[in-house]
Design a protein around this ligand. Structure first.
Ligand code: PEP
Ligand code: MG
Length: 564
């Protein structure tokens, strides 16, 4: 048998070999399907009642699934349940039925209307379309009296392959027997990917042709490269087994982040809620490097109150028990649109009134947030670090520092995620106590590449020499001025890039908590002079692939074996 290679977008670095099981979508129900019970077609009134009652029933099922789950799985199921409970979706469906539309057509029409709104809003909302469709499938099944899940029962450990998997589909699987998740659709930051990350499963999304793989076929799934090898040869199986063994070993290491010669690099977690902070209680991280507070503001029609915000911030500060917590003020706009803070008519929202600039239109949002954070600091006795996103000028940094200090917040910084900020690093750093490089946006703005366009991912690559140069010059300036320069974009979770960033003088790396063990392992296997040499190698490259290759060729061979 020959090996065939499929390519997708990997999430995380894990790899595994196993047989495929295909999870088929629920069978399609025609728009004009007749709703019947016991072979008898229902009357118009009965149909209206069945549809009306299907919404709370689907929401209740999902809430029950959420109650049976834990952590992020529970959170995303609860969020899907909220879609089913949304009175607007139910109202729109019933309105169509009252106007004479057939019930299934009414559900499909209403769902597609909201799917279009979500897609147009972009960013995180666009990724909720999968959840919306999963709610639709459950509503249709309930109305038709059909099974609501196509999740197969699993007898042996398998690689689950599907066109797309909503959280409710994933949660319905016997997760102990799931080795990996592969989907044809879905995004690397979608809910399936988030759940896979929490469960420690390799996940590869956007794999064209995955559902054509015959059931039972053995595949190697490599999240580090996004590669799916059908019928892998013995050598590849051995390589993946060696990686799995090494990963078990380094997952057990809980020592603080440092190079082999003891140069300290704080390994921090990115979080979005107070509950995320609670889950970090027993994690081997030096703290939180990015609390994305906008998560508290999403899916709402008005901003959370000062009390609500204060509770969430205090929960995080308390949960980390005195470890460092970097709270970022609201980063609304572009990929994170908020109904009450984002201008509806921006032609280029990524270049518009977003991030810190929201203060121009809504100074009250910033004032309330800083008041809430100061209140949480006072209540817990823990001093948070606070930083503003999307700062473009030293004047903005100065203005933000004044707002934060006026409330007694002691450690105040800004994000460097706009090339202008990196180019002005010296002036910027003289205004603040620290900076944190947001390499997701820094790559977007440096390379003029929309961070949400998967097809341009080669340009968005943080290994692009132009991005690396801006990071390096900011880190160098921070070192000269004796001020911390962290990285909290996705690039910090790439262990090879983490070595390069450390060599450039970056003082902390913040990432999703599941990425920490691999980064800690890579750091432990190299001393600071080697990291500095790796940084020089990367900076001397003229393309992202060349930079990556130069570094991979020069790291400890054991690290390549362990991390792939
Ligand atoms: C970044 O831009 O790198 C960053 C960390 O912020 P966000 O991803 O939330 O925009
Ligand atoms: Mg950003």
């Amino acid at each position: 048998m020959t090996a065939t290679q499929l390519q997708g977008v990997g999430v995380g670095r894990l790899a595994v070999v196993g047989p495929v099981i295909q999870v088929a979508p629920l069978p399609e129900v025609a728009d004009d399907a007749v709703v019947e019970r016991d072979g008898v077609a229902l009357s118009a009134d009965q149909i209206r009642t069945v549809v009306d009652e299907a919404f709370p029933a689907v929401a209740a099922d999902l809430q029950q699934q959420a109650a049976d789950a834990t952590g992020t799985v529970a959170d995303v199921l609860a969020a899907t349940a909220a879609i089913a409970s949304d009175p607007a979706l139910r109202g729109e469906t019933l309105k169509r039925i009252d106007a004479g539309t057939a019930p299934i057509a009414a559900i499909n029409g209403a769902v597609e209307m909201f799917a279009r709104i979500f897609t147009q809003a972009g960013g995180l909302l666009a990724e909720r379309v999968t959840d919306l469709h999963s709610v639709r499938d459950r509503l249709v099944a309930k109305v038709m009296g059909l099974p609501e899940s196509s999740a197969p029962s699993l007898d042996e450990p398998v690689v689950v392959v599907a066109v797309d998997l909503a959280p409710a589909d994933t949660a319905a699987l016997d997760l102990d027997k799931v080795l990996a998740i592969v989907t044809e659709l879905g995004g690397p930051t979608g809910h399936t990917a988030i759940i896979a990350g929490q469960l420690g499963l390799p996940c590869v999304v956007q794999v064209p042709g995955a559902t054509k793989i015959a059931e039972g076929t053995v595949v190697a799934v490599d999240a580090a490269t996004g590669g799916i090898t059908v019928n892998p040869d013995d050598e590849l199986v051995k390589e993946i087994d060696a990686r799995a063994a090494a990963q078990v070993e380094f997952a057990a290491d809980t020592s603080p982040g440092a190079t082999s010669d003891g140069h300290k690099v704080d390994l921090l977690a990115n979080i979005g809620t107070g509950d995320d902070a609670e889950r970090l209680k027993d994690s081997a991280v030096e703290g939180v490097g990015l609390f994305r507070t906008e998560v508290l503001f999403l899916d709402r029609t008005s901003a959370p109150t000062i009390e609500e915000q204060s509770r969430a911030y205090a929960q995080a500060l308390r949960a980390l028990g005195g470890r460092k917590v970097v709270v970022r003020t609201l980063d609304a706009g572009a990929d994170k649109p908020l109904a009450f803070a984002t201008l509806p008519d921006e032609e280029n929202p990524a270049l518009g009134v977003r991030g810190y600039r929201t203060v121009r239109a809504h100074p009250d949002l910033m004032a309330t947030q800083l008041d809430a954070l100061a209140g949480a600091a006072q209540e817990t006795g823990v001093d948070p670090w606070v930083m503003a996103p999307m700062i473009a000028t030293p004047a903005e940094a100065r203005e933000f520092v004044a707002l934060a200090r006026a409330r007694g917040l002691k450690t105040v910084g800004v994000m460097v995620e706009v090339p202008a900020a990196a180019l002005q690093a010296r002036a910027l750093l003289s205004e603040v106590d620290f900076v944190s490089l947001g390499t997701n946006d820094l790559a977007q703005y440096t390379m003029a590449t929309d961070r949400l366009r998967g097809e341009l991912s080669d340009l968005l690559d943080p290994w692009q020499p132009a991005v690396l140069q801006l990071v390096a010059s900011t880190a160098r300036t921070g070192k000269e001025l004796g001020k911390p320069v962290g990285v909290c974009g996705e690039s910090a979770s790439d262990p090879y890039l983490a070595l390069v960033l450390t060599g450039m003088g970056v003082t902390s790396l913040s990432m999703s908590v599941s990425a920490v063990p691999a980064v800690r392992y890579a750091l432990r296997r190299h001393d600071l002079p080697t990291c500095q040499r790796l940084a020089e190698l990367a900076l001397a490259a003229t393309s992202a692939p060349e930079a990556r290759e130069r570094v991979r060729d020069a790291v400890e061979p054991a690290v390549l074996t362990a991390l792939g």
